[in-house]
Design a protein around this ligand. Structure first.
Ligand code: VGL
Ligand code: ZN
Length: 218
């Protein structure tokens, strides 16, 4: 019997419709995500949620750079490692309404919350580690301590934090499932290429309804 965890990535007001970095169609994931929460809890699995949790002076905010427009990219360096950073609108400020998990997700169903993106000098798309692997979060430890072997990854956004969390989940040794109708991309033109990249790395792409039909769960 596999031990399952559902990982809710950044289902925060700023990424939902009306938020400062609203992902188109994002509110449509809430109902299927809630159905997975109920299923995973009923089967004794773990529910973990990540929160993007930035200080006001975060490097990913266009507002902290002169001569830079939102959604442009900028070459940056952290601890001697060069990288390309997308300039985002201010989002998910620590302790703001925008960084709260949607009220449509029942917080009492969440067993653990993992914060990321607190280091102002480096962004953190994956919920397992920052983009430079300078610091690892508690997510792998939580999953290992609960003997989880299979992770369902859902939330926002498909082409950033969900994608990078899936790729790290594979690196950390988990059987990893990306649930296609429980996520939405910032850039819809990136969705198919994101799926191919994830498949090539061993991530399984499934629909929410497929998971209800897993023989091991029934
Ligand atoms: C995310 C952009 C900036 C995400 C976080 O959750 O996908 N995207 N910060
Ligand atoms: Zn962010």
């Amino acid at each position: 019997m596999s031990k399952l965890a559902l990982v809710l990535i950044d289902i925060q007001n700023d990424f939902l419709e009306g938020g400062s970095l609203a992902v188109a169609g994002s509110n449509s994931i809430l109902q299927p995500v809630n159905s997975l929460i109920k299923l995973v809890k009923a089967k004794g699995g773990l529910i973990v949620a990540s929160k993007d949790w930035h200080p006001q002076n975060h490097i990913s905010f266009a507002s902290n750079h002169a001569d830079t427009q939102v959604f442009e990219t900028k070459e940056i360096e952290y601890e001697g490692v060069k990288g390309t950073q997308v300039m985002w609108p201010d989002h998910c400020l620590q302790n703001s309404f925008g960084s709260e998990i949607s009220k449509q997700i029942d917080e009492k169903d969440i067993d653990f919350i993992v914060h990321k993106g607190m280091n102002k000098r480096v962004d953190s798309y994956s919920a397992f580690a920052d983009n430079n692997y300078s610091e690892i979060t508690n997510l792998a430890k939580i999953l290992y301590q609960h003997h989880v072997d299979t992770v369902l990854i859902v939330g926002l956004a498909a082409d950033y934090c969900v994608k990078w969390t899936c790729l790290d989940a594979i690196k950390f040794g988990f059987k990893t499932i990306f649930v296609k109708d429980c996520t939405k991309p910032v850039d819809p033109q990136q969705f198919e290429s994101t799926l191919s990249e994830l498949k090539a790395k061993g991530v399984s792409i499934q629909h929410c309804s497929d998971i209800f039909c897993w023989p091991a769960l029934n």
